[in-house]
Ligand binder design. Sequence first.
Ligand SMILES: [Zn+2]
Length: 298
Amino acid sequence: MPDPAPAISPPPHRGRFAPSPTGDLHAGSLLAALGSWLCARSAGGEWLVRIEDVDRPREVPGAAERQLATLHACGLVPDGPVLRQSGRGNAYRAALDRLLAQGDAFHCHCSRADLAATGGVHLHCVAHRRRPDPAVRFRVRPRTRIGFQDRVQGWFEQDVSREVGDFVLLRADGCWAYQLAVVVDDAAQGVTEVVRGADLLDSTPRQMLLQRALGLPTPAYLHLPLLRGRDGRKLSKSEADLPLDPGDPLPSLQLAWQRLGQAALALPSGAGPEAFLDAAAAHFDARRIPRSLPPVDG
Ligand SMILES: [Zn+2]
């Protein structure tokens, strides 16, 4: 008798936190770090960290190391080596070559000024001049609508062809675009659930299009509420109200926990970040995460 077919087990739950090294970790990024860690841990899964340093012009020297040191001080230690996008050019090139060969990507000579008439949305090439350094764009077919069920924000749908248009994969300055890098890396790291700030909600349909074109799985998505200042803008590293003190991270962790809508934890006196995280993972309930947060002073 032939051996029975081996049971196919589902891939392990794996989450990630992927900061850009454009400044120190602040209350907004800690919310994403803690939220993604809690989702992974409470599901018995793994948690990875990736440094999204493809945008070299925006990078602040030393920021990545300080971010990693702060995560460590918070007790948020990844379950594997930290991946840096700056070393992943070959993987992005392979994905780009595949998209070009499939006819899903094309070289584009349009400038920002060329696209002014369509509000920056690239519907088709309108450049009159050939540039020495063309960008590469993903071709979005007409009437491309993508929707998905977000675990916090609910159903989100976007007409990518009309609202976004053909989007950049490789910039004219030679930098890889965020959308391509994130899709290639989430797949390479085996990420099954993406937990990140809601400012990236409207990037998700683009990333799903790329996953389909590259034959990659689509992870589950959970977009956390954004921390905004009173001016409505996303809180930046310049925020003044909550400096994250790596020497005493517990108050910042507890505030992030509260902002995730979670019930107060009873901690023994003198408890450190590790004791807090143990209790938090045991009591975390993703259904309590609010869709939005009141503005904070910053
Ligand atoms: Zn063009």
